[in-house]
Design a protein around this ligand. Structure first.
Ligand code: GDP
Ligand code: IMO
Ligand code: MG
Length: 444
């Protein structure tokens, strides 16, 4: 029963969209297991660029069932827009399924997200303002609205009427925040339900049935390990579990059903939003990387902070995700840099620290200890074999692999699907038992 998890090893935007797209060819199903439309996953196909927020990155293949699992929080308006946008570009979205158990991001969650960030002022997390934290909070409080509630307007109205006064009271405490009315939101919800009904399913059984048939299932993470609510630099994190373990809870599979965890990282690092970032570059080199790498947030359009690669966090991410192999993205962006720095440990209060500190306060006091490597001048977008990379690029990859302790099996040298170096047989190939089946696609 081959389930493979694709997980970001850094602060998100590692290129998970490209990785999923490259690997999805061999797959029957791609499942998003956490997060919401805070994610922005880019897939480039020739001249076409697709920016996906909720729909899994396998949707561009006609044979794939795309599943939005129970661990995701869904803004129905975004999902409808995304489905419409994909259809308008000729992508068949008939096989997109969304879990009836996934929680709904409501307009008041978005307003509450903004209000809280305003009140935190200088200590704001720098969220994407997509209502993610407030929606997950309601889920934990057991007052959330689920996708299945959209299908029953009366039940929806009843549940909404119970919680909305508290939401409005909370919003009234922050100047300039809107108030919401039950009637208006209930009407919207009924329309969302009508539109999304054909896509709703008990996705846990869809996934389990696919695995039982021996089909390959990919679980696509959003965000990244260092933004994980438990394992990231709390409180500068998102409100879900991007780590590989989250794929089990959020996708509806057991740990023994996962046979491969592919970590995704880029050859340097980026971070969007606030929080400690030891290897951050604020100089011309950083600006150059940001420019070449087009490091602008897919969801918010904010410039991403840029820094050198951090191997302290890499070792941690490999451990907490039990990573079995790695896809290294954006190696091409480092071309033309004379000297590449790689953080191998931190100095915290005069002491050498080799392991990732769980406290954001400690991380904020960490100064990177770097090793230096000669760079390469050549553009490498056209390279398709490891042996054809410049020697110094090969050396950098070998050092990263050594620090990770697991093989780097795929190296990306450009955004397009084909701009990929396969070092070994693709990890998924051995797992394909038979051509993917679409039997069992059943809106429950
Ligand atoms: P995700 O959130 O992890 O899916 O990553 P994003 O899509 O937000 O950001 C990664 C960006 O880098 C996207 O614009 C990709 O098209 C692009 N990208 C991915 N791999 C490569 C690569 O190897 N080289 C270059 N130049 N761009 C890449
Ligand atoms: P993908 O899937 C990068 C960051 C936000 C903020 C923190 C909390 O494209 O890699 P939230 O809105 O989730 O409450 O914000 O998390 N963040 C991301 N950063 N890539 C993402 O997604 C992100 N999703 C959230 O910038 O710092
Ligand atoms: Mg992204």
């Amino acid at each position: 029963m081959p389930a493979t998890v694709i997980v970001g090893l850094q602060w998100g935007d590692e290129g998970k969209g490209k990785t999923t797209d490259v690997l999805a060819e061999q797959t029957a199903m791609v499942v998003r297991y956490q997060g919401g439309d805070n994610a922005g996953h880019t897939v480039v196909l020739g001249n076409e660029v697709f920016k996906l927020h909720l729909v899994p990155s396998g949707v561009l293949y006609p044979h794939i069932v795309s599943v939005i699992g129970p661990g995701v929080v869904v803004n129905p308006a975004t999902l409808i827009d995304e489905l419409d946008g994909l259809s308008a570009r000729g992508v068949d979205v008939a096989r997109v399924r969304v879990s009836r158990s996934a929680h709904v991001v409501m307009p008041y969650h978005i307003a509450l997200d903004r209000a809280l960030e305003m009140r935190l002022a200088g200590e704001a997390v720098g969220t994407t303002h997509r209502g993610i934290g407030p929606a997950y909070s309601d889920r934990a409080l057991r007052i959330g609205l689920r996708m299945e509630d959209l299908l029953d307007p009366q039940r929806f109205r009843h549940k909404l009427a119970r919680t909305l006064p508290d939401k409005n009271a909370g919003l009234a405490r922050t100047e300039g925040m809107p108030q919401f009315e039950v009637d208006e939101l209930a009407d919207k919800a009924a329309e969302w339900g009508r539109r999304l009904r054909p896509h709703m399913a008990d996705t846990t059984w869809l996934v389990q049935d696919a695995l039982a048939r021996g089909e390959q299932v990919l679980l696509e993470g959003a965000q990244g390990t260092l933004l994980d609510i438990d394992h990231g630099s709390y409180p500068y994190v998102t409100s879900s579990s991007p780590v590989a373990g989250g794929a089990c809870t959020g996708g509806g599979i057991g740990p023994l059903q996962v046979d491969e965890v592919i970590g995704v990282m880029k050859a340097y690092s980026t971070r969007v939003g606030s929080g400690p970032y030891p290897t951050e570059l604020t100089d011309e080199i950083g600006k150059g990387i940001a420019q070449r790498g087009r490091e602008v947030g897919t969801t918010t359009g904010r410039p991403r902070r840029v820094g050198w690669f951090d191997a302290v966090s890499l070792r941690y991410a490999v451990a907490v995700n039990s990573v079995s192999s790695i896809m290294l993205n954006k190696l091409d962006i480092l071309s033309g840099i004379d000297e590449i720095l790689l953080c191998v440990a931190y100095d915290v209060d005069g002491e050498r620290v080799d392991s990732w500190p769980s406290s954001a306060d400690v991380l904020a006091r960490a100064t990177p200890i770097y090793e230096r490597f000669p760079g390469w001048g050549e553009e490498i977008h056209g390279v398709r074999a490891l042996a054809d990379l410049p020697e110094n690029a090969r050396r950098y990859v070998a050092v990263l692999e050594d620090l990770a302790g697991v093989p780097i099996v795929l190296i990306s040298v450009g955004p397009e699907r084909s701009q990929t170096i396969e070092r070994a047989a693709r990890p998924l190939r051995r797992g394909v038992a038979r051509p993917p089946s679409t039997a069992g696609v059943h809106p429950a």
